[in-house]
Design a protein around this ligand. Structure first.
Ligand code: GLA
Length: 681
């Protein structure tokens, strides 16, 4: 195996040794030495076993060009190692020192309006800048040479939350190079971008610039290609630092932190580059749907890693400070959030950050050790979490089995996010999130899959909104239905090809045969009513809004029609049985009630994590991971649910451990149970 390819076994070996990884970002450069000793003592008290060090330490290591100050880092690593705490050592490359931008202004990013950004915050670098890249590489090489064999270093963390867009001249040069590689000739670019429109034809690559501020609407194909390029350019930054670490002889897992459904980076194209998928998650405590919505992100992360355990790299202990209004989390909520990630396949839960900063932009962001110190409910909650996670060692390495699949990919999201569509109110991720809630309520985990992946054997396949759908993806959907899947397709899917060109013919062109229904016009909708037909839930009333389609059935059963509005009397919900399965179509953005009814019915043959219950009590989450059944009560009310006989709770205290829970388990508000068959332990 080449030394730079992904190897998930590296993380498997680490978590097999440490158990669930538990810790956070540790920024000792913000604190005097005497605090370091206290930190390590408190980390041991909390059962912390992994900390990320050095993420923003470039100016400390290289205070002047070419300088190297590693002595403080040597000391920190020794201290942590002496306490048995593993280090995830970060390249400091996300935040270059001020001198770099002053000496080399071209390393500073340029925004859409041509404004060059300055140092004083973080992320002030141009991914396309050769000078930035050379400096980042030089410091990474020296860091890796010094610490690749250090016994404290058990993981490497490259950069931080890669995600910036840059529109400057450096980016223009690299965008042109990227286009040359993708298309080979300028005529191929002209074809892909359909530049006959508005006299946009390019005679040569040197005429092309990034989609900077323009007088009017930009070419959508150019804009989507610029997003592809930007994601690839950031990936190139990551890759070269990762390779430098490997070349220095490092054998530890190497990763970087993702940000869920983040719009500027196609994580699916990155997933093969990291040894373990790592993600930062900040569900808003103010949102009632946060538990279901973050579960979707966790299912995405697990899916990106092919089902292998992933790592929750950052989350907040209590409040964040970057929202306008930052609600705190109770210690019980923080605990539940961590256990939820483990339930959905994480073998590590870490926080931003260990000790709350007293100054700087994040002085009000919560941390494991708050300003008030260790005599706090927050820190006591962290100690409790450490103890809980240690008890979950039996689940390390196990997998979540997901019977459902949801189609999602970044380029389709990007293309449907461009302006000048029938509506700007339809967002891919918002729709996926709404659809997913119907699965979550039923304890059904989902894999979030790429179009055209193998779907055979999936009982349920959801396509909430796949604007771009290529023929191979449509064929995979048809094959899944033939093999027995219930497929549910949402509106404005199968609209365009990979270049964003609209597919000709009645819509949705690649799916109309499979669905047995076709349309002639997309229609933005006011709020309208929908009524079911006698064929399905007669008398039920639902609503739609945002977008519909002037549809006719070409053979599918019509289950519901528009009752009011511009499409009055026309079908909105259809179903066509085919092979061993069925293809449902929702030809409008419908309300949560209708979504839940359709997905619930399509999921009839699928067992959730609690097969005895078709729908879980409000706020209860149930997930099966390996042999363990995770139950998380996110509500403020107690709940009782039936469970298989003879399970024990891994989280229960000494006395309760090993006692049978009976067939009904009660969870108080906020409680979590991790039930597993009694083993002779
Ligand atoms: C991200 C960053 C951290 C910190 C947190 C605050 O996750 O990686 O450095 O800024 O946000 O929530």
């Amino acid at each position: 195996m080449s030394p730079t390819t992904r190897d998930p076994d590296r993380f498997t070996a680490l978590s097999a040794e440490l158990g669930i990884c538990f810790g956070g970002d540790y920024n000792p450069e913000q604190w005097p030495r005497e605090v370091w000793a206290q930190d390590v003592e408190l980390m041991r008290e909390a059962g912390v076993n992994l900390v990320t060090v050095g993420v923003f330490s470039w100016a400390r290591i290289e205070p002047a060009p070419g300088a190297r100050e590693f002595a403080w880092l040597d000391e920190v690593l020794e201290l942590l190692h002496g306490a048995g705490i593993a280090v995830d050592l970060a390249t400091p490359t996300a935040s270059p020192p001020a001198w770099l931008g002053i000496r080399h202004p071209e390393t500073l990013p340029v925004d859409l309006d041509g404004v060059r950004l300055v140092a004083g915050s973080r992320n002030q670098f141009t991914p396309a800048s050769r000078v930035y890249r050379a400096h980042a590489l030089a410091i990474t090489r020296d860091l890796a040479a010094r610490y690749a064999q250090h016994p404290a270093v058990r993981m490497w963390h490259v950069g931080n939350e890669y995600g910036q867009l840059d529109y400057g001249d450096e980016a223009a040069r690299e965008f042109r190079r990227w286009l040359r590689e993708r298309y080979g000739s300028i005529e191929a670019v002209n074809d892909a971008w359909a530049t006959a429109f508005w006299s946009q034809h390019y005679a040569g690559f040197d005429e092309i610039v990034p989609p900077r501020r323009m007088p009017y609407i930009a070419n959508p194909a150019q804009a989507v290609d610029f997003r592809r390029y930007s994601s690839d350019q950031l990936r190139a930054c990551y890759r070269e630092l990762r390779d430098a670490i490997r070349d220095a002889g490092a054998a530890q897992p190497i990763t970087t932190n993702f940000m869920g459904f983040f719009a500027h980076v196609d994580y699916r194209s990155w997933a093969g580059e990291v040894d373990v998928i790592a993600d930062d998650q900040y569900p808003d405590p103010a949102s009632a749907t946060a538990p279901a919505d973050i579960a979707l992100v966790q299912d995405l992360m697990r899916s990106l890693g092919g089902g292998r355990p992933w790592l929750l790299m950052e989350q907040s202990v209590s409040a964040t400070s970057w929202r306008g209004h930052n609600l705190p989390k109770s210690p019980a909520r923080a605990r539940r959030d961590s256990l939820q990630a483990v339930a959905r396949g994480a073998d590590g839960v870490c926080f931003f950050q260990w000790r709350q900063s007293r100054a700087g932009a994040e002085r009000f962001h919560s941390a494991m050790v708050p300003h008030a110190g260790a005599d706090t409910d927050v820190f006591r909650g962290i100690v409790r979490q450490g103890a809980d996670l240690a008890r979950l060692r039996p689940v390390v390495g196990s997998r979540v089995q997901a019977p459902a699949a949801i189609l999602f990919d970044w380029p389709s999201w990007w293309a449907s996010d461009e302006p000048a569509l029938p509506t700007d109110r339809l967002d891919t991720v918002t729709e996926i999130t709404r659809w997913y809630r119907a699965l979550w309520r039923r304890g059904i985990a989902a894999d979030i899959v790429a179009p055209a992946g193998d779907l055979i054997g999936r009982g349920l396949v959801l396509v909430p909104h796949s604007y771009i759908l290529e023929p191979d993806a449509a064929a995979a959907l048809a094959a899944a239905v033939d093999a027995g899947a219930q497929l549910v397709v949402g509106p404005f899917s199968g609209v365009a090809d990979g270049n964003g060109h609209i597919l000709a013919g009645r819509s949705p062109a690649p799916l109309r045969e499979l669905l047995g229904v076709s349309g002639e016009e997309w229609c933005a909708l006011p709020d309208v009513r929908i009524s079911t037909t006698p064929a399905w839930r007669p008398g039920a009333a639902y609503a739609a809004s945002i977008l519909g389609e002037r549809l006719r059935s070409d053979g599918a059963e019509v289950l519901a029609c528009h009752a009011t509005g511009p499409l009055q009397g026309l079908p909105v919900l259809t179903r066509q049985r085919r092979g061993a399965g069925a293809a449902w179509y929702l030809g409008a953005v419908v309300d949560d009630g209708l979504l839940d009814a359709v997905i619930g019915e399509a999921a009839t043959g699928i067992d959730g994590a609690l097969p005895g219950l078709r729908v879980l009590p409000d706020g209860l989450e149930a997930v099966r991971r390996g042999d363990a059944l995770f139950l998380l009560n996110h509500s403020d009310d107690p709940v009782k649910v039936p469970v298989p006989h003879g399970l024990v709770d891994l989280l229960a205290d000494e006395q309760a451990a090993g006692e049978e829970t009976g067939t009904v388990v009660a969870l108080g508000p906020g409680d979590v149970r991790v039930l597993i068959e009694r083993q002779d332990r």
